[in-house]
Write a protein that binds this ligand. Structure first.
Ligand code: WT7
Length: 631
């Protein structure tokens, strides 16, 4: 199944077709997949509910499309290349046949441990092949996976397990990340003290650490698969059956479980993967994300495998053993498409060109970025030093909720403009709305980015709380999916994403709600109240700035800061550490008690002269104090 568009003219023609006849457009694409039973309708939708059904009546299993379907023609082709954290260690290569066997074997193990269709399984794993195997094994038997990034704390994991009412955790003794090792099983044990739903824990032996194994609950991966058959029929799933839950942050304190389904997600991830990366049959494709995020789900595991591509999975970090590691791996495996995040590019930029110039990078054809707006300087560095000015850069805009890439260049087909995601994929209908929710039709404008027609991998619900899905995404602008982003559209109709317009901060491409971080800060015993905002950060895109009120103003600021940081690490994880903590005697509030974040944001951005009108504040005095103490 080759779904690639081959020229910009063809893109324009397909785009027009997809708008005038969306159902026909998607039907053409969807029917090239393997359906156990064909679907009755392409799309039934209502954005009020929301109630969105793609490929209704169809029976399908995404893993049959990602594995079985390739066996005949690509059985001996590499499906997965795994590059370890330590470059001196051996890498792993799995053909489609081998991956199929391993997935089936582990799927049988899951069944033997009592897992049934519809059960939720939380996966908290290192970036090893077994992570991909675990994900696919769940899908194989119709269990719902919920991968939790292995940097989240026990507290954050427990919240997710409880929300999903998961029956099993799949984890490892520990993981390698650069020069560090992290004791994953210990974190799981701590989390499980506050979870009742977990019956079994499967532990993959990654570091030979002999962790605590709870009798009757915990079992080793290698023991669980012992004697299991390497064939396992794929469960028959409805196209709209849940495939996975992935938790992501929003503007309230509690992360929400974004739900994706078998049929639509399958179609869209493969379609977008092939078109954006223009990946050829013998290409080696590498996405540096972690499978714990949506990028890893869609563009390490599902999109590439459904497309029969060779996907590279990397255990380590960009700077270990030195800041040339990405480029060393590209040369070592002959990587053709390379997909990473602006924050990684900026971090490597800071180490200078030498590390990249010592590798040839001859194999590269397409470069990609994702996660946050890429600044022009980083874009140029990537283009010149990595792509040698011959590789197109696809700046891919999308979200956990969209399941796949929505606005992006397509390989070398599309015109390219630094810091611009560009044009929507055929099938995607973005619009810009003004404050009143009116569509701005001209070019050269700015507005709230919404999508006016569903696409196959649109979010279906937020797990256990459909109303939250409705109010967050479908209630702001009637008849539209609201992305939470602001965007510009230039004279030529190319989109440039500006960033979030809600209370969400994007730190190194990771999303946090300000309320979520405030809850964590407030959990510290010395804190009375806090307000968190984002501020521009050279490497991370945005950094976290916390304004904190304590019961008594701390004598020792450093100790107080350390205490707060430690609490945040406990509550969420290291990735959410506030960069700056300013102790204040009060927060700027309106008479109705609402914190005026706009003011705090300006101060954090170093623009205290642009606060605007502060006369409506309950106590305008506090502002002068905050400005004086700004970090
Ligand atoms: C938010 C979604 C989608 C995978 C990674 C993040 C921002 C994402 C871009 C881009 C500008 C981008 C948006 C979006 N974002 N890609 N190419 N240019 N901004 O997934 O955690 O769901 O975050 O990331 O603000 O809403 P996520």
């Amino acid at each position: 199944m080759d779904l690639r568009i081959r020229s910009f003219e063809e893109y324009q023609q397909k785009y027009a077709e997809s708008v005038s006849n969306p159902e026909g457009f998607w039907d053409e694409i969807a029917k090239t997949f393997h359906w156990q039973k064909p679907y009755d309708t392409v799309c039934e939708w209502d954005f009020e509910g929301p109630d969105i059904k793609w490929f209704k009546g169809g029976k399908v299993n995404i893993t049959e499309n990602a594995l079985d379907r390739h066996l005949e023609q690509r059985g001996n082709k590499l499906a997965l290349i795994w590059e370890p954290n330590d470059p001196k260690e051996r890498f792993v290569r799995l053909t489609y046949r081998e991956l199929h066997e391993k997935v089936c074997e582990f799927a049988n193990a899951l069944k033997a441990q009592g897992i049934e269709k519809g059960d939720r399984i939380v996966i908290y794993m290192p970036m090893v092949p077994e992570l991909t195997i675990a994900v696919l094994a769940c899908a194989r038997i119709g269990a719902v996976h919920s991968v939790v990034f292995a940097g989240f704390s026990a507290h954050a994991m427990a919240d997710r397990i409880n929300d999903a009412q998961a029956k099993m955790v799949i984890t490892a003794d520990g993981l390698n990340r650069g020069a560090k090792q992290v004791p994953l099983k210990r974190v799981v044990d701590e989390a499980l003290q506050s979870c009742d739903s977990i019956e079994r824990v499967i532990v993959f032996n990654c570091l030979d650490w002999s962790p605590n194994m709870a009798e009757g609950r915990d079992i080793w991966w290698h023991e669980a698969i012992d004697g299991m058959p390497k064939e396992c029929p794929a469960e028959e799933m409805d196209a709209e059956d849940m495939l996975f839950i992935l938790y992501t942050s929003g503007s309230t304190g509690k992360p929400k479980g974004v739900v994706h389904t078998h049929g639509g997600y399958m179609v869209y991830t493969a379609y977008s993967f092939q078109n954006v990366f223009q990946c050829g049959e013998s290409d080696i494709y590498w996405c540096t994300a972690d499978v714990g995020w949506i990028t890893g789900h869609s563009y390490i595991v599902y999109g590439p495998l459904i497309s029969g591509a060779t996907t590279l999975m990397f255990e380590g970090v960009p700077t270990y053993p030195d800041p040339g590691r990405f480029w060393q791996v590209c040369d070592k495996h002959g990587v053709n498409q390379f997909y990473t995040a602006p924050t990684a590019i900026r971090a490597l930029m800071a180490y200078g060109e030498d590390h990249v110039l010592s590798y040839s990078l001859d194999s590269l054809k397409v470069l990609g970025t994702v996660g946050e707006p890429i600044n022009e300087e980083a874009w140029k560095w990537y283009h010149i030093h990595v792509g040698k000015e011959r590789c197109p850069i696809v700046d891919t805009w999308w979200q956990t909720e969209t399941g796949g890439i929505m606005i992006s260049g397509l390989g070398d087909l599309s015109p390219m403009k630094p810091a611009h995601a560009g044009y929507p994929l055929p099938g995607i209908q973005p619009v810009l709305l003004d404050q009143e929710g009116k569509e701005i039709k001209e070019n050269g404008v700015e507005g709230y980015l919404c999508i006016k027609h569903p696409w196959p991998s649109i979010i279906r619900t937020t797990y256990g709380d459909h109303e939250r899905c409705r109010t967050t995404y479908f209630s702001h602008y009637k008849g539209h999916y609201f992305t939470g982003d602001g965007a510009k559209r230039d004279e030529n109709g190319m989109y440039r994403i500006i960033g979030r317009v809600d209370d969400v901060i994007n730190v190194s491409g990771h999303r946090f709600g300000t309320a979520e971080i405030e809850n964590a800060v407030n959990a510290c015993s010395i804190v009375v109240e806090s307000a968190v905002v984002g501020y521009p950060h050279e490497i991370k895109g945005q950094g976290i700035y916390a304004y904190v009120v304590c019961d008594t103003f701390p004598d020792d600021l450093e100790t107080a800061r350390a205490e707060i940081v430690e609490t945040v690490v406990e509550q969420i994880g290291k990735i959410a550490k506030p960069e700056k903590i300013q102790f204040v005697t009060g927060l700027p509030k309106t008479r109705s008690g609402k914190i005026m974040r706009r003011i705090l944001r300006k101060i954090a951005e170093g623009e205290p002269d642009k606060l605007g009108d502060i006369s409506t504040l309950l106590d305008p005095e506090v502002v002068a104090d905050i400005v004086k103490g700004a970090l």
